[in-house]
Design a protein around this ligand. Structure first.
Ligand SMILES: [Zn+2]
Length: 67
C-alpha cells in the first residue's frame, strides 16, 4: 500500500522521483543513530535515502526519508 503524498498548496498528488548528482552518485541522509548489529552497535551511522516528491502543478519539491 502506498500513501499518496499531496502538495500542501495545490492538493494534487506528488510524483516520486529519483535524485542523483551529475555523476550518478546517490545522495544519503546520515542520522546520528548508530546502526545496530549482532554485536551491539557498529561504528557506521544509519543512512536514509531521501526520496524527492515533485508537484506537477507548481513544481514544489518535498523530500521524504526512507529507511
Ligand atoms: Zn503544488
Amino acid at each position: 500500500m502506498t500513501t499518496q503524498r499531496r502538495c500542501p498548496d495545490c492538493g494534487v498528488g506528488l510524483e516520486a522521483m529519483e535524485m542523483q548528482t551529475g555523476d550518478g552518485f546517490t545522495l544519503y541522509l546520515v542520522t546520528n543513530e548508530r546502526k545496530r548489529g549482532l554485536r551491539g552497535t557498529f561504528g557506521m551511522k544509519e543512512k536514509l535515502r531521501p526520496v524527492p516528491h515533485v508537484c506537477p502543478e507548481c513544481g514544489l519539491v518535498r523530500q521524504y526519508a526512507e529507511r
